[in-house]
Ligand binder design. Structure first.
Ligand SMILES: [Zn+2]
Length: 497
């Protein structure tokens, strides 16, 4: 395997976030620069590059667009990426295509853009060139996504710590196909059910189900197993769980393993719905136990596609006269500009937040602009996405009392302490740190404080029965339906095998 085509577009969408994700929200990389920047990172592209380096394969990245979760992506952005990828594929002479995608993206008109991109690449290269991909386990996978792929693998961990390991499997599968060691036969089981909150893979029940899956791979029964729990906020047809198993040369055993895992997920359906502690119980603990808590705002997780401007926590801090050092991030692009215009040191009255997340009213406060910046680099400590670099767009810190509000001109999930370090917040003396993530922050903030996701309202809370669904229902547990799995089988049709 001499040359591999990689790249594409990765974002996780939320159907009910009204903010369309435009081009300026993406980190855009291409060519040698993309390869150099991702070498060694625990990202899906990083894993492809590491695997390629080990066997002397060249990775070509015509374009890679990556953005944090949010509203559906503007069609023109997706078209730009697709055109660049298809043009590169057409130039030819690639031995394989290995794609680092999320799998849970929407565009303003497409419900499965990844499937659309992969099919377009398949149409160019024909059946003989292996196309494999690595997806987030929160991908929206359908028969249409799987059909043009020779192999697809999902993260095995939530919180996600195995991005590079996942794409290494996708790279290895392409090699195994080309070198005659793998004849991938897929067996998939798809069914309309959501996991809602008790879905960490390091806790029951998913830990047990993943252990069974791993045992089937380790003992050679099957080549690979993925369990897609799906992005829960996609109002699309066929939303639900997908168990994807690849056998080597046969898919009877793969089918049996897929059915077994799907059955376990269904049997655990009520256990997979979780509950979270209240904000007040956590604030009480900070005040009485003198602890540092890192709180995930479950209802407005940018990591889950939320808008990032919920004032629910901040309003409660003000109501309670919370008097411990705290930092709260709020997406507020216009107010960032006001702070920058006033300048560091200025005392101003500011109204901000609560514009897109409407669960709590905007804040009006008098305070001081204590810092601001633009294009500030953030390099993740990890482990989740460790080594990844992003640039904070315009930002300002607006302080009143002991509360620092980090206002940003783009929404961020703040899954890594590096965000706060980059803007000069001293986390060692901060007792309450708010992030817009429900899972992944708990890996990266483990050494900073106790990480707790709290029960807050909003469009990324797990009270999904409150969302205005049009297309995705019926699904369990919102609809009390019976188990109704669909089965899908695929064999590779390349003439080489
Ligand atoms: Zn995910």
């Amino acid at each position: 395997m001499k040359r591999v085509l990689s790249g594409g577009i990765a974002q996780e969408s939320h159907s009910f976030n009204p903010i369309v994700t435009r081009r300026e929200r993406f980190t855009i990389q291409s060519g040698n620069d993309a390869v150099a920047r991702n070498r060694g990172a625990n990202s899906t592209l990083g894993g492809i590059i590491s695997s390629a380096d080990e066997v002397g394969t060249e990775v070509e990245v015509p374009i890679l667009f990556r953005a944090q979760s949010g509203g559906p992506v503007e069609d023109s952005v997706f078209e730009e990426v697709k055109d660049a990828m298809v043009a590169a594929a057409r130039k030819g002479s690639f031995d394989a295509i290995v794609l680092p995608l999320h799998g849970g993206m929407l565009t303003t008109s497409l419900s499965d853009p990844e499937g659309d991109l992969i099919q377009a690449l398949r149409d160019v290269v024909g059946p003989d060139v292996p196309i494999t991909a690595a997806f987030d386990l929160h991908a929206h996978v359908t028969e249409r996504t799987i059909a043009p792929l020779d192999f697809l693998s999902a993260y095995l961990t939530n919180p996600h710590g195995d991005q590079a390991a996942t794409s290494r499997r996708a790279f290895q599968a392409a090699r195994d196909i080309l070198e005659g060691r793998l004849d991938p036969r897929c067996a998939a089981v798809l069914f309309p059910m959501l996991t809602l909150g008790n879905d960490r893979t390091d806790e029951a029940p998913l830990r047990r189900i993943h252990a069974y899956a791993k045992a089937q791979v380790d003992n050679g029964s099957v080549y690979d197993v993925s369990i897609f729990n799906a992005q829960q906020f996609l109002d699309v047809k066929d939303l639900g769980q997908v168990v994807l198993v690849y056998g080597n040369g046969e898919n009877e055993v793969a089918q049996r393993v897929a059915d077994e895992i799907a059955g376990s997920l269904w049997a655990s359906r009520d256990e997979l719905v979780g509950t979270y502690p209240s904000l007040d119980s956590c604030l009480d603990r900070i005040e009485t136990e003198n602890r540092t808590l890192v709180l995930g705002d479950q209802g407005d997780r940018v990591a889950g596609g939320g808008p990032g401007d919920s004032t629910f926590i901040l309003n409660r801090l003000i109501e309670r006269n919370f008097n411990e050092p705290a930092v709260v991030p709020i997406y507020a692009p216009e107010e960032v500009q006001k702070c920058m215009a006033a300048g560091v040191g200025a005392e101003i009255v500011l109204t901000f937040g609560g514009r897109y997340s409407t669960v709590s009213p905007p804040i009006r406060a008098e305070g001081r602009v204590t810092a601001s910046g633009s294009k500030t680099p953030v390099v993740y400590d990890g482990p989740s996405d460790g080594g990844t670099t992003i640039h904070l767009d315009d930002w300002a810190i607006f302080q009143f009392g002991k509360i620092q509000v980090l206002l940003t001109s783009q929404p961020y999930a703040f899954i890594d302490p590096a965000y706060y370090r980059a803007v000069g917040v001293d986390l060692r003396v901060t007792k309450l740190i708010v992030v817009r993530s429900g899972y992944h922050f708990s890996l990266n903030f483990a050494s900073v404080g106790e990480c707790i996701t709290i029960d807050t309202p909003g469009i990324t809370s797990y009270y999904v029965d409150r969302l205005p669904w049009n297309t995705a229902r019926p699904f369990y547990p919102v609809d009390k339906i019976d188990y109704s799995p669909r089965h899908y089988l695929r064999s590779r049709q390349a003439k080489a095998l």
